[in-house]
Design a protein around this ligand. Structure first.
Ligand code: NGO
Length: 540
């Protein structure tokens, strides 16, 4: 036993005693026991996000060469989930794991869609595991996909590797029944400040899937770059997308690229929420088309990191032709419900103009069949019926600003919570973090996890909160390794806040479960921040 392990074990046992004392074996994960140190069978429910209900019982299931993945006949959706699961398990286990109709085999891993299990909702699932097999039951295919993430995490971390590993491959026995706390559990990637390729976005989508994130918000335009091809205004992408922070070459998505991102996200049961930031944060557009500027003069492209200096010309008619074209083309690429229109930091737009602009633009979003999302400054105008406001304030945000958002929430505007001093993934962890910004303070792992979305904003009713989102702004982020460092391990904590019942919230228990994700991050090639707040297992 290494010194590190000797230090970790008593902590694990301490946590086990605490959990046992709290008597929470049926809510959240099974209590830890000595077997936590035995990496072959992870105690049932020791996953992130922690499931709503966990009842350990009986023997584990062991995957063998006889294991089949069984699906209901004729269900294309189940087959897609089964193929995805097999794709994860085959390389590391070396097992064939053939996908078969359920009648062709017994036991094994069964993916079962049930029309009668309505209480599982769109995303819930039940996992039953015992000596003879594992059955995942869901009302919808998305529930099967979420259940697969739990199943994956019940297996040893080495299952994530892409080369043959020794095993054994055991799933602890018992029953998990799990549904999400919030319907909106998002992650945002800013592809404007630095451009990220389709492949890079897919890599992030795969990482998000493991933690049951269901919304991928793409920040597609900002002062530094316009990243989506719009046929009626081609220079937006070809010129407005031609650079990025620091002056690199930038880039943009063709419509085919973008459709591929949307398709891939859908295959991971994620909905893409596209954002065109308006009326501020628009220098890339203003630089591309002189006629969008009040003075008719196009500014140069911008590669710095200041905010708040650009604005569309609110009084000009052409502004709304532009917005209509962009939203029409973007909505046509968007199977999802939402279209994000930004609205933050419009410091170069007068208040009157801002209100007038939002009054004209929100109906355009509705005209093309989408629901408005805006940063919470939208509540300074009149949010459209059904709109969501994304709150990105922080502890020191003025009471008046908080109250403006809370009042809108009391009035029916839904909230997505992204408090910058909690869940902005671009904030430094500590003063020593090389990447990131610090305007909202340092955000260590505990701080990003340890808050309650339902009670966060004073005066906002709990029912107004539709979920949480972790934004990753990319002024300082330009590579996969940077995304990894900033998102991991904070992102899984935000995912847990969005998914798991409030009753399971407990930093002490969470940090132990998070620690167990360390080897999984490594197996997946995620270069995460080794926060000293988390009792990571000793490297093997
Ligand atoms: C702010 C600003 C962004 C920055 C980000 C950096 C919002 C909503 N607007 O968040 O333009 O990139 O901070 O942390």
């Amino acid at each position: 036993m290494s010194v590190r392990q000797r230090r970790t074990l008593p902590r694990l046992l301490g946590a086990a005693l605490l959990l046992a004392a709290a008597g929470i074996s049926c809510v959240g994960a099974a209590p830890l026991s000595h077997s936590a140190a035995d990496s072959t069978t992870r105690p049932l429910g020791q996953v992130v996000p922690v499931p709503a209900s966990v009842t350990p019982a009986g023997q584990p299931y062991t995957l063998t060469s006889a294991t089949r993945i069984r699906i209901d006949e004729d269900s294309r959706d189940s087959r897609a989930v089964a193929d995805y699961l097999a794709g994860i398990l085959r390389p590391s286990t070396g097992l064939s794991l053939r996908v078969v109709d359920q009648d062709e085999a017994r036991g094994g891993i069964r993916l079962r869609l049930s029309g009668t299990e309505k209480s599982l909702g769109d995303e819930g699932y039940r996992l039953q595991s015992g000596r003879d097999g594992v059955t995942l039951t869901a009302h919808r295919p998305t529930g099967l996909f979420r259940g697969v993430q739990t199943l994956r995490q019940q297996l040893p971390a080495a299952v994530e590797k892409r080369t043959r590993q020794p095993g054994p491959w055991k799933v602890a026995g018992g029953t998990i029944t799990d549904t999400p706390r919030y319907a909106y559990r998002g992650a945002m990637l800013d592809v404007s400040r630095h451009f990220f390729t389709v492949e890079q976005v897919k890599r992030y989508i795969d990482q998000l899937a493991l933690y049951k994130i269901n919304k991928l918000h793409l920040h597609l335009s900002d002062d530094q770059g316009w990243r989506i091809a719009i046929d009626s205004w081609p220079r937006l992408a070809t010129y407005g997308g031609s650079t990025q922070v620091g002056g690199g070459p930038g880039g943009h998505y063709t419509k085919a690229d973008y459709k591929e991102i949307v398709r891939y996200a859908a295959s991971r049961h994620q909905e893409v929420v596209p954002e065109i930031d308006l009326p501020g944060h628009t220098n890339a557009a203003l630089a591309s088309y002189a006629e969008l500027n009040c003075d008719g003069v196009a500014p140069p492209l911008y590669t710095g990191t200041a905010v708040g200096f650009s604005s569309l010309c609110v009084p000009k008619d052409i502004t709304y032709d532009f917005v209509d074209d962009v939203i029409r083309e973007l909505a046509a690429l968007t199977p999802g419900k939402y279209l994000h229109i930004g609205g933050d930091e419009a410091h170069s737009t007068t208040h009157e103009d801002y209100v007038a602009f939002m009054e004209k633009v929100q109906p355009i979003v509705a005209k093309y069949g989408k629901t408005v999302v805006g940063w919470h400054q939208l509540t300074g105008a009149v949010p459209a019926k059904g709109a969501l406001a994304q709150y990105w304030g922080l502890d020191r945000t003025s009471p008046a600003e908080k109250e403006q958002v809370a009042a809108a929430a009391r009035n029916g505007t839904g909230l997505i919570l992204s408090p910058a001093d909690r869940v902005y993934l671009d904030m430094k962890y500590t003063k020593d973090t090389k990447l990131g910004l610090a305007w909202a303070g340092y955000v260590e792992v505990q701080r990003s996890y340890d808050w309650n979305p339902a009670a966060y904003l004073p005066g906002a009713p709990a029912e107004a909160v539709k979920g949480v989102e972790a934004p990753l702004w990319t002024e300082t982020i330009s590579e996969n390794a940077h995304i990894d460092q900033m998102a991991f391990p904070r992102l899984p904590g935000v995912a847990e806040l969005g998914w798991s019942p409030a009753a399971t919230h407990d930093w002490e228990a969470y940090k132990t479960r998070l620690a167990a994700q360390g080897p999984r991050f490594e197996a997946l090639g995620i270069d995460y921040y080794r926060s000293p707040q988390v009792p990571w297992p000793a490297a093997r």
